[in-house]
Design a protein around this ligand. Sequence first.
Ligand code: UT7
Length: 333
Amino acid sequence: MHSSKIVGVGHHVPEAVITNQYLTTIMDTTDEWIIERTGIKERRWIDPSKDTVANMAAKASRIALQRANLTEKDIDFIVFATITPDYFFPGSGVLLQRELGLDGSIGAIDIRNACSGFIYALSVADQFIKTGMYKTILVVGAEIQSTAIDPTTRGRNTAVIFADGAGAAVLQRSDNPGILSTHLHSDGNFAEELYVRDPGSSRPREERQPEQILDTTHYKVVMNGSLVFKHAVVRFLEVIQEALAANKMSKEDITLLIPHQANLRISQFIQHKLEFSDDRVYNNIMRYGNTTAASIPIALSEAWGEGKIKENDVLCLAAFGSGFTWASALIRW
Ligand code: UT7
């Protein structure tokens, strides 16, 4: 059986910085409320005239490839995590393939597991490499949330949180195991606690007039924030412990924890429970908000760029989100 290793990471975020102060001009909210409840100070929103999920993903991917001393031609397969694909179908994986100038010799799939999407994508790629099917896989998380949120007081509980960006990792066959294990969970009983209803196929035909859909809150992100929060803090800790137990490691073995950037309060709660010092938990939600599937690869790339990840370090990635889904990955760098 082969092993896989991350050999390059990259990220790209849109230029436009949306401050909390700006949000107070378009909805009834305050800088204090947003910082106190979420830790977010600013986030990035795309310019719809030039940014797409696939082209942001391509920018992040090229950086990851360059850092790995590879080119587009070295990619055997693409695994693309997003819940905000450019089109309802096809997925954004094929659009990234086109952006990268790759022809039909390789395949691309999309993963729709929201905030856990990148870890699910990493796990899928890891299995393909372990079995020997592929040698080099591009794993991407990219989202444009700013066009799905409701940027008015009606949507303020999600509009202040979710944001745009892309991150990528190149996973390659290796003699030294990099991805030590991945752990995936879901519980569909909570599907409607954090979801976007439309354009889902379950809407009855008589409710399908565009103006009816636009008029319903179901067109936008619906989130039972406090319930999501309560489940998140429990599942994050569970799935981190699961990863450690599977590798016969203790929490002391983790050099750096990179949690999905859901809410700074969630990350701080986990940090407190694990009794980790600040330098062992990476957070950048203050600058980028919650970019769903993109949050972990953006954080991974930024932490690497800041010199916070060194050879042989043990990283733990952990996520929780819509589905509910939750997941972790233990990685030796
Ligand atoms: O990515 C993974 C999935 N997402 C998450 O992990 C998010 C988890 N949940 C959360 O982060 C928090 O629940 C939120 C930050 C979303 C909300 O914080 P909360 O402390 O749970 O607030 P709440 O929803 O209970 O709302 C408290 C009050 C309400 O007013 P009333 O009913 O007490 O008068 C809301 O209407 O805060 C109000 N509120 C706001 N006020 C100012 C909600 N959003 C805002 C806002 N600005 N943006």
